[in-house]
Design a protein around this ligand. Structure first.
Ligand SMILES: [Zn+2]
Length: 135
């Protein structure tokens, strides 16, 4: 066994198997140089129950390089950095913010300058829109 394979934990191994299964199921061909947005689009075509959103590294908001044309509340957030696409486990951690609106792709901070919408007001606004749609 090569040292790199020994270094992989059990969880990592499982992820690798699942990733391989996904690559096969989605019929994505990834060259040795790696994949890019065209390959992400193929994954999106396969994963219709998730909306894939790709952000660039170092940006705090709106630097989105891919947004899947899927109407789903379930999101798969990826961060593109140094030629790799990493899954974002926590948007708050990834964007170092207190709240992140996944509908508007806006980070919110507890210490916001005056005149900027507060997170609670933002959430309420979304809920009011939802309520008016139901009526
Ligand atoms: Zn929003």
């Amino acid at each position: 066994m090569t040292p790199s394979l020994i270094a992989l934990g059990k969880t990592q191994k499982k992820k690798t198997d699942r990733t391989t299964a996904l690559i096969i199921a989605a019929k994505v061909i990834i060259s040795p140089e790696g994949g890019g947005i065209p390959e992400i689009q193929i994954f999106q075509n396969h994963l219709r129950e998730y909306k894939i959103v790709v952000d660039t590294y170092g940006s705090r908001d709106r630097d989105i390089i891919f947004k899947g044309a899927v109407d789903s509340t379930r999101k798969l957030n990826l961060l593109h950095h140094a030629g790799h696409f990493n899954v974002i486990g926590s948007l708050r951690a990834a964007f170092a913010c207190d709240y992140y609106c996944q509908d508007c792709y806006i980070p919110f901070f507890k210490k916001m300058s005056t005149g900027v919408e507060k997170p609670v007001n933002h959430v309420n606004r979304h809920q009011n829109v939802q309520r008016s749609k139901i009526k």
